[in-house]
Design a protein around this ligand. Sequence first.
Ligand SMILES: N[C@@H](CCC(=O)N[C@@H](CS)C(=O)NCC(=O)O)C(=O)O
Length: 216
Amino acid sequence: MSLTLHGYWRSGAAWRVRIALALKGLPFETVAHDLRTGAQRDDAYRTLNPQALVPALDTGVATGDAVLTQSPAILEWIEETHPAPALLPADAMGRAHVRAMAALVCCDIHPLNNLRVLNALRQELGVDEEHVAAWIARWIHDGFAALEALVARHGGAFAFGDSPTLADCCLVPQVYSARRFGVDLGAYPRIVAIDARCAQMPAFQAAHPAAQADAD
Ligand SMILES: N[C@@H](CCC(=O)N[C@@H](CS)C(=O)NCC(=O)O)C(=O)O
C-alpha cells in the first residue's frame, strides 16, 4: 500500500496525520499545497477533497474510494489498518477519553482559528489584527484550560497514560499554533511538558513543520 499525504508544512491538521504515520513507522509521499496562495482551492485538488482543505490521504487502495479527508477520520483509519503501536487504549472507556481530548482540539479549538475563519473575520466583518489575535487567544485559552484538566485526570508521560495516543497527535500541533500566535501557555504546565516530551521523540521530530520539504 502506497500512501500519499496532501498537506502543507504548517497545517496543524496535516501535522496530526504526519505524527500518526511516523509513530506507526509508515512511509508516505507528500504533495504540498501552499495555503498562502490558495492552492487548496484549485479544481484538481477539489476533486480529491471537495472541502478544499488539507489534509487528504490517498491510501493507494485499489478498490473503492481511495482518498480520505478530515484528519480525525484519517487518524482512525490509520489506527484501524495499522494497529501497532496502538494510538488508542485497549479499553472502550480509555478510547473514549482519548477521542474526547482529540475532539477538544480538532472540533473546539482548531476550526475557530483556521485560516478561512480568520480571513472571514478580517475581510467580511472588518475585524482588525489586534482583535483577531484576541479571538485566537480566547479560543486557545478556553480549550487548553479544559485540556489541562483532562490531562491532570488521565495523563502520565503523555496526554493519556504513558505512551503516545491520538490525543498527543492533536495536542502538539495546537501548542505550536498557540506559540506562533503568541499565546501565553504559563497556565498549562502539563500540556507544555507533554509537548516537550514529544519533541524528544524521532517520530514527532520527523513530523514537525520545520522538517518538511515545503517549509520556508
Ligand atoms: N476538520 C479538518 C480541518 C482541515 C483544515 O482546516 N485544514 C486547514 C489547514 S490546518 C486548511 O486547509 N485551511 C485552508 C483554508 O482555510 O483555506 C481536518 O481536521 O482535516
